[in-house]
Design a protein around this ligand. Structure first.
Ligand code: ADP
Ligand code: ZN
Length: 522
């Protein structure tokens, strides 16, 4: 491909002056008939990587995209650029479908978006085999991965593209880049020959902060008032009810907030999303149902009131902040209850054992990110296989380093208390035992006030003990037994600590200056 031609199309059709990041080599690879696997963070400019070659190469570029709304947005954006584009999905009636089929056969279409489930339809395959195809683009390619966070069974069918059209170049794109997902994409889509393009996932303008959950609503309000008084932002919550309550409460506090979750009617969701996109200074309070494909450049903050279930999810959700490259905040509150709730949801889900193990592993990585005392960005990028040589200077760990303390003895005391009381009691009971309080009648009843661990932990107060237990759970030295009543149990990993063979540095939850101001402001 003459570079001239690509640059000309870039300018005349898309109106950009130059390629961004690896766009040019990706486009060259496709135009030379090669396959490509593109790992690029959200907002990095993935669409151009297949849209432009589809215009240059003969025939139609077929784009597999999982989200109908996104598909429609892209097609209408392309129409505005004067590109001949169409989509085939379940919203069309038979007349409209026939019309598009005819356009394709006439060679009057440069880009065709289709939903993955349509590809297993013989009618679609028959149609495609009668057209000249420029390339296949598989968007959101991580959906093919069971390890990924968004598995879709329909994506497994996509290997058929390679079998039926071995000479058509394919490009798979995703913003999820951990090594296992990557390997699964390559294997399941038969992309062994593909050239792999990995962009940096760093979002240097986003400041990551994870603070201890105390009075989450007030903490949120103080954060917004102090730093984002009239900014656009997204607040994520786990449950629909919490979304609605939080949105209502923010409104009562004089902020403009709208709810968004899958339980709201289609119309309300559409309206709220539209308003969020069109106006500035609006806060959307949402479950994770909100966000895929949201491309609003000036979202100044993303706040989490609940812990995301994986680092991928955290990265995706926080990544919706600061698309314009200007400073933005990713702020989260996190506490013991989050860990317990997520673990409980996981153990109650009816997923198979392998899947649960994968999910648990991911949750643990997320917890480690919350509890860490070193640069969070380094850890985040490391998770995606990227090394950042220096601490970033733009996360809470860098800006306000957390104090640590040697928690080995406290951990031994806590672990013994769990063991001596039979590994079936929850945190509050265990703290009573450690502090030598017998307010819970069961303590006397079971004779736990007669044991050596009773009152052994008076050097710490209740809050500090909660912090110790949270960190023991987060570090998987202790697990929660959800088959019974949520009692704590020891894991194999705790042995070294229990025997005093391992020093356990814990994070001090003493409030940072900023936190103190936030929680005393009201
Ligand atoms: P992704 O799919 O990776 O999230 P998009 O394809 O939606 O990203 O692109 C993100 C933004 O970057 C869009 O607003 C797009 O118009 C813009 N963009 C893409 N490529 C370029 C370029 N070469 N020059 C300038 N802007 C670009
Ligand atoms: Zn940092």
């Amino acid at each position: 491909m003459p570079l001239e031609q690509a640059l000309h199309t870039l300018r005349s059709v898309f109106g950009y002056t130059s390629f961004r990041g690896p766009q040019q080599p990706i486009i060259e690879a496709l135009c030379q008939g090669r396959d490509a696997l593109v790992l690029m963070p959200t907002g990095g400019g993935k669409s151009l990587c297949y849209q432009l070659p589809a215009l240059i190469l003969d025939g139609v570029g077929v784009v597999i995209s999982p989200l109908i709304a996104l598909m429609e947005d892209q097609v209408s954006a392309l129409h505005q650029l004067g590109v001949k584009a169409a989509f085939l999905n379940s919203t069309l009636d038979i007349g409209e479908i026939r019309n598009i089929e005819q356009q394709l056969l006439d060679g009057c279409c440069d880009l065709l978006y289709i939903a993955p489930e349509r590809l297993s339809n013989p009618r679609t395959l028959a149609l495609l085999s009668r057209c000249k195809i420029a390339l296949f683009a598989i968007d959101e390619a991580h959906c093919v991965s069971q390890w990924g966070h968004d598995f879709r069974a329909d994506y497994l069918q996509l290997s058929i593209l390679h079998q039926q059209f071995p000479n058509v170049p394919r490009i798979a794109l995703t913003a999820t880049a951990d090594e296992r997902t990557r390997q699964e994409i390559i294997q399941r889509l038969a992309l062994e020959q593909a050239q792999v393009f990995i962009s940096s996932f760093d979002r240097p303008n986003i400041r990551y902060r994870i603070v201890l959950k105390q009075n989450p609503r007030q903490q949120l309000l103080s954060f917004i008032r102090a730093e984002h008084r009239s900014d656009t932002g997204i607040v994520y919550c786990l449950s629909r009810k919490k979304v609605e309550d939080t949105a209502e409460w923010l409104n009562q506090q004089g902020l403009r907030a709208l709810p968004y979750h899958a339980g709201l009617s289609h119309d309300v969701r559409r309206r709220n999303q539209h308003q969020f996109l069109m106006e500035d200074g609006l806060i959307i309070v949402a479950t994770i149902a909100f966000g895929m494909g949201i491309d609003k450049p000036n979202v100044r903050f993303v706040a989490h009131l609940d812990l995301p279930k994986s680092i991928e999810a955290y990265y995706q959700e926080t990544g919706r902040a600061g698309r314009d490259g200007l400073a933005a905040n990713a702020w989260m509150v996190y506490g013991l209850q989050d860990v317990l709730t997520l673990r409980e949801m996981l153990s109650a889900s009816n997923a198979d054992a392998t899947h649960k193990r994968v999910e648990l592993h991911k949750l643990e990585a997320m917890l480690a990110l919350c509890e860490m005392v070193n640069c969070r960005r380094q850890a985040l990028l490391d998770y995606f296989g990227e090394a950042l040589s220096q601490p970033c200077g733009n996360c809470d760990a860098c800006l306000e380093p957390a104090d640590t303390w040697d928690g080995s003895v406290a951990a031994q005391q806590a672990l013994s208390a769990i063991y001596r009381t039979g590994q079936r009691f929850g945190v509050s009971y265990l703290i009573d035992v450690l502090l030598g309080r017998s307010s819970d009648p069961r303590i006397k009843q079971f004779g736990h006030d007669q044991q050596s661990t009773f009152g052994i932990g008076k050097q710490l107060d209740e809050k500090q003990w909660r912090s110790v237990f949270r960190q023991l759970v987060a570090k998987s030295l202790v697990e929660v037994d959800f088959s019974g009543f949520g009692g704590l149990k020891l894991t194999d990993a705790c042995r070294a600590v229990l025997r005093g063979e391992q020093t356990l540095m814990l994070r001090k939850d003493s409030l940072t200056a900023k936190n103190k101001a936030e929680s005393s402001a009201h």
